[in-house]
Design a protein around this ligand. Structure first.
Ligand SMILES: [Zn+2]
Length: 176
């Protein structure tokens, strides 16, 4: 709790944030009836990081937020061990989310984009189109072979096929 104009208010549960914690957020999927409270910025970050509201459309989301802001908030005794543990859970969750975002770059995937001569922003459609063009060019049985050395053609074909598969896999995983 903090004091503003001599009025007690709950501070945002995000680490180091001094704003008022207005928006309740479930502590976990398993504890949907237990909440921590965040300011607007942090409830957004929380929702983004947790994707709890991912399946909701705009109207549903607004309704959820409105519902959340009018709920009776439980009165907690701050500074107790239980609350501190709850904080730790939330902080760990934010921390975990940040670490996941900092995943090391997949070098093999980067190389795959280079092999297909495409930008990582390309769509699956772009990738498929490009692969088709390259496969036609490099397939060992094609008459379009750039190289008379069939072993080399085959190697190139295998290389672009591997790159293609790697990229398609990464793109479909992203959209799940
Ligand atoms: Zn905050």
């Amino acid at each position: 709790m903090s004091k503003k104009n001599n009025k007690l208010y709950r501070i945002c549960d995000a680490l180091g944030c001094e704003l008022e914690g207005i928006y309740p957020a479930p502590k976990s999927r398993e504890k949907l009836n237990e909440y921590c409270f965040f300011c607007l910025e942090h409830i957004r970050e929380y929702n983004k990081s947790w994707n709890y509201f991912e399946g909701l459309n705009e109207v549903q989301f607004e309704r959820e937020i409105r519902k959340a802001t009018t709920w009776d908030r439980p009165s907690w005794k701050f500074g107790t061990k239980r609350i501190n543990d709850d904080y730790k859970f939330i902080f760990d969750m934010f921390q975990k989310d940040r670490q996941e975002k900092k995943k090391p770059i997949d070098k093999e995937l980067l190389d795959s984009w280079k092999i297909l001569d495409l930008k990582p922003e390309s769509t699956i459609k772009d990738v498929k189109k490009k692969y088709k063009t390259l496969a036609k060019k490099w397939h060992p049985d094609t008459t379009l072979n750039l190289n008379k050395d069939n072993k080399k053609n085959n190697e190139t074909f295998v290389l672009i096929t591997k790159a293609y598969e790697k990229i398609i896999k990464s793109l479909t995983e992203k959209t799940i």
